[in-house]
Design a protein around this ligand. Structure first.
Ligand SMILES: *Cc1c(COP(=O)(O)O)cnc(C)c1O
Length: 398
């Protein structure tokens, strides 16, 4: 079956009533036939029929055997870290999501779990940093916001030969583009808040695995720590996933057109998009992102300043200035002042997130309209740079 058919039919018709849309089982507890005798549901933290549909769905879409739904992407990440013990180390991609950086360095460091970072887009950096203490290799590919690509298949081999598990945060690709479990990863994580739910209306996290022993551990952690997704948010996420194939295709189609347009703009210094031939690991992206290159495009300005980028993000109309990504509406974000504000300027710039880096989350609108919106914004920026910035020497041009 093709992916778009698989999605629709992996969402079952309700067995009890025949309801075509998954019912929201808004209940905390379930009547039992005799003490401990029930139909697999006794208490909704442990198991809930609506959540179970979503959990089975993510397992199937990621080519796994078991799925788990959490109250946020970070709650899912938290559950994965709980597999570790004091003294264990994690080797992670250096462009890691800010919230993941924070939970490791400010929460789990207190419990003796350490994380080190390397540029995983070069396999040699992974190999050189492996040691017996490294229990997890942790990837995001593409990364946020510089769209760095790492080779999942090769890194899985390196991790496994060291006895480490490979964890892939697949949020930016979604299962419509890339299936890390099929490429050798052991655990896939999603912030379903982004492409999976897809409508900027829910916070949710998912895990998928293909190994029974790992699934048992996650079932235990999920029930013990309790950060589960509610029935209503499970339903919203299922509802979003129904159109994932259509949306993912449109996001990628719009993003490549926008990336190509940005390459022609006078004010633009660099464009980051895995679908461009100029991208460092375009070949790796083509090999592993079989469903497309995704909806996020980043670029820097020749006028590389916080002020210029900040202005630009206020000049678009269709691209709304907001954090997050992966929804139907196009969004624009200035990482230096928003998502990556907590990183000291020097480290941020070293990580490739320069002052003027702007991230676009391309929605599902018409590509021509989106490009026109950017054209108008660049026209206004042109005027502002010529008049305000060059005349005003107080504005720093870095
Ligand atoms: C947003 C995001 C997260 C965190 O997910 P929440 O649902 O916001 O908790 C984790 N990883 C990546 C790559 C993200 O983009």
């Amino acid at each position: 079956m093709h992916f778009e058919t698989q999605i629709i039919h992996a969402i079952p018709v309700d067995k009890l009533t025949g309801a075509v849309s998954t019912p929201i089982y808004q209940t905390s507890t379930f009547q039992q036939q005799a003490p401990g005798v029930h139909n697999g549901f006794d208490y909704s933290r442990t198991n809930n029929p609506t959540r179970k549909v979503l959990e089975d769905l993510i397992a199937e879409l990621e080519g796994g055997t078991h799925g788990f739904a959490f109250a946020s992407g970070l709650a899912a990440i938290d559950a994965v870290i709980k597999l570790l013990c004091s003294g264990d180390e994690v080797l992670a991609v250096d462009n890691i999501y800010g919230g993941t950086f924070r939970i490791f360095t400010q929460i789990y460091s207190k419990f003796g779990i350490n994380i080190k970072f390397t540029d995983t887009s070069e396999i040699i950096n992974v190999v050189d940093n492996l040691s017996p203490q490294v229990k997890f290799v942790w990837l995001e590919t593409p990364t946020n916001p510089t769209l760095k690509i790492s080779d999942i298949t090769e890194i899985a081999k390196a991790a496994h030969s060291n006895g480490s598990l490979l964890i892939v945060d697949n949020t930016f690709a979604s299962p419509a583009l890339q299936n890390p479990l099929n490429l050798g990863a052991d655990i896939v994580i999603h912030s379903a808040t982004k492409y999976l739910a897809g409508h900027s209306d829910v916070i949710a996290g998912l895990i998928a695995v293909k190994n029974h022993a790992l699934a048992e551990k996650f079932k235990f952690i999920q029930n013990s720590s309790g950060g589960v997704l509610s029935p209503f948010d499970s339903w919203l996420t299922i509802r979003g996933i129904e159109t994932l194939a259509l949306r993912a295709a449109k996001h990628s189609e719009n993003a490549i057109k926008i990336a190509q347009y940005l390459q022609t703009v006078e004010h633009v210094q660099n464009v980051f998009y895995p679908g461009l031939k100029s991208h460092k690991n375009h070949d790796v992206a083509s090999k592993q992102q079989i469903g497309g290159y995704g909806g996020v495009v980043s670029f820097t300005l020749k006028h590389d300043s916080i002020e210029a980028a900040s202005k630009f993000t206020q000049l678009t109309g269709l691209f709304k200035l907001a954090e997050s990504l992966g929804g139907v509406k196009s969004l624009i974000c200035h990482p230096a002042q928003m998502t990556h504000k907590s990183i000291p300027a020097q480290s941020r710039i070293e990580a490739g997130i320069s002052d003027s880096l702007i991230r676009l989350s391309c929605g599902i609108e018409n590509a021509e309209d989106l490009i026109n919106d950017l054209k108008i914004a660049f026209g206004r920026l042109d005027f502002i740079l010529a008049n305000e910035f060059s005349a005003d020497s107080k504005v720093s041009v870095k």
